[in-house]
Design a protein around this ligand. Structure first.
Ligand SMILES: [Zn+2]
Length: 63
């Protein structure tokens, strides 16, 4: 399990579906260096993966 979500993780996070890298990060709320709330977006799949409670949810999303 990954987490908490930090900007450094962007270097290793890839889309679980198409393995596209890097993902597009949107930060809604930060706490220190942790990204508490936000989202990761895969341009190829056009899918958004939510970050809630500092944990990135990189499970394949159903549209
Ligand atoms: Zn993808």
């Amino acid at each position: 399990m990954l987490g908490p979500m930090k900007p450094e993780l962007m270097d290793i996070l890839a889309c679980p579906v198409c393995k596209s890298h890097p993902l597009q990060l949107t930060v809604v709320e930060k706490k220190g260096n942790d990204i508490v709330k936000g989202s990761l977006y895969c341009e190829k799949c056009k899918v958004t993966y939510p970050i809630e409670g500092s944990i990135p949810n990189l499970l394949p999303q159903t549209k």
